[in-house]
Design a protein around this ligand. Structure first.
Ligand code: DGL
Length: 284
């Protein structure tokens, strides 16, 4: 991709946005971390709300959707792409990395690194969508870093709908959480990876239920730190004097979950753009 000649280059900085996508709104948890770690950078966020959830879909469908959304981000002049969706990172990162002209960063590796650093007893729990857990992507990433680590993974498909309903502090959510997390606690995990972009919104409830003995890890902050290093490595930093802005686009009009995320993350979201995914975008 050609850099904007006025703004790119190491001295003036590269003002093109960082492209970030998720199956929906949940990836805004990663955007919140990027905003705090990289305040000078603009972000173009695309949530595929027309086709969310990805978590129960097949690898080939998630790959096709991810290609289509990534191509819209490239149309928006993204200088690098962040896959702020665990399911798409688990199933589509290799194809995006192979095919796209910019560097692509997923959330699995940063989460695995944080977990491998945090564990003291070498027993890590991972929760995520069915597709993420079935892919075994977290186990592979954790074992690459620490072949001795024991990983107990569990799909938690009811959590995304509860979070989207805004039931972040509710008896029903607590019961569902304990149903999912009880066996992980009994198995002896001391670290839990929140392997879905929605789950950081349940962090207070999960922490209340599991107590201080289990360290909660989500990829957002580690992912933002990895992107900061990448921008330096590839000479893509925006100039230090500017303030980045956030543009949010969705493939379907926002529902109440945007308000939930907005309130929990305190992001300045501004006007939302609507984008449609056309077959042409997929072919580009
Ligand atoms: N964004 C997805 C993830 O992080 C969760 C929602 C979905 O199933 O699409 O896995």
């Amino acid at each position: 991709m050609q850099a904007n000649s006025e703004d790119s280059g190491s001295r003036r900085g590269d003002s093109r946005p960082i492209g970030v996508f998720d199956s929906g709104i949940g990836g805004l948890t990663v955007v919140a971390a990027l905003r705090s770690v990289l305040p000078n950078e603009s972000i173009y966020y695309l949530g595929d709300t027309a086709r969310v959830p990805y978590g129960g879909k097949s690898p080939s469908t998630v790959q096709r959707y991810s290609r289509e959304i990534a191509s819209l981000l490239l149309d928006g002049d993204a200088k690098t792409i962040i896959v702020a969706c665990n399911t798409a990172s688990a199933l589509a990162l290799p194809v995006l990395t192979a095919e796209l002209p910019v560097t692509v960063t997923g959330v699995i590796k940063p989460g695995a690194e944080a977990a491998a650093t945090a564990t003291r007893n070498n027993h890590i729990g991972v929760i995520g969508t069915r597709a993420t857990i079935k892919s075994g992507a977290y186990e592979r990433a954790i074992h690459e870093l620490n072949p001795q680590a024991r990983v107990t993974a569990r799909a938690c498909p009811l959590l995304v709908p509860l979070i989207e309903e805004g039931w972040l502090q509710s008896d029903v959510t607590d019961k569902v959480l304990m149903q999912y997390l009880g066996p992980l606690l009994e198995a002896g995990i001391d670290t839990l990876v929140l392997g879905c972009t929605h789950y950081p919104l349940l962090r207070p409830a999960i922490h209340r239920l599991l107590g201080d003995g289990v360290t909660l890890v989500d990829s957002a902050e580690n992912c933002a730190i990895a992107v900061r290093e990448l921008l330096v490595r590839e000479d893509l930093n925006a100039s230090s004097g500017r303030t980045g802005h956030l543009q949010v686009a969705l493939t379907d009009p926002p529902d109440a979950f945007l308000d939930v995320a907005h309130e929990a993350l305190r992001l300045d979201i501004g006007e939302i753009e609507l984008r449609s995914v056309s077959p042409a975008a997929a072919a580009a």
